[in-house]
Design a protein around this ligand. Structure first.
Ligand SMILES: [Zn+2]
Length: 135
C-alpha cells in the first residue's frame, strides 16, 4: 500500500536536491559508511550519493529524516527500486482519476443464440416466436 502524503502532486516525478546543511548532517550520521551495505568511504571525496529514503515524489520530504548516504552501486539499485515504486504509485493514481487508457478494444462476448432456448432437463429447443417481438 502506497500513501501519497502531499496533495498537489504532479504526475511527472521531478528531482529535488538536498540542502548543503542536510547533506553535511547526513554525512555525519553515516559515519563515513554506505548506509545500505556498510562499505566505508575512505575519504569525503570518495564517490557517494545522497539519496531520498522514500522518493520525494511519494513522501514529499526533503529533510534529514529522508536522507541517507549511499555508495554508487547501492544508489543504482535503490534508484531502480524507487522507479518501480513511483511507476506503481502513478498507475494507481491514474486509475483512481480515470486517466488510464484502455489498451485495445473492449472484450466482446459471442452473445447468445436468441433463436433457441434450453429447458431445465437440458434439451435445446427452438424458441417460440411471439408476435411483434424479435425473440
Ligand atoms: Zn553501499
Amino acid at each position: 500500500m502506497i500513501f501519497i502524503q502531499h496533495r498537489d502532486f504532479d504526475l511527472k516525478p521531478k528531482r529535488v536536491e538536498f540542502s548543503a546543511a542536510t547533506k553535511r548532517a547526513a554525512w555525519a550520521l553515516s559515519g563515513g559508511n554506505c548506509q545500505r551495505c556498510r562499505r566505508p568511504f575512505f575519504s569525503r571525496g570518495d564517490k557517494h550519493h545522497y539519496d531520498h529514503i522514500i522518493p520525494t515524489w511519494i513522501s514529499g520530504r526533503n529533510d534529514l529524516k529522508n536522507c541517507w548516504v549511499l555508495c554508487v552501486p547501492c544508489h543504482k539499485i535503490k534508484t531502480k527500486e524507487d522507479q518501480a515504486l513511483i511507476a506503481r504509485a502513478r498507475r494507481s493514481i491514474k486509475k483512481k482519476l480515470g486517466l488510464k487508457k484502455r489498451r485495445g478494444p473492449p472484450i466482446r462476448s459471442r452473445g447468445f443464440d436468441k433463436t433457441k432456448s434450453k429447458r431445465f432437463d437440458g434439451r435445446v429447443v427452438p424458441r417460440k416466436r411471439r408476435k411483434g417481438k424479435r425473440y
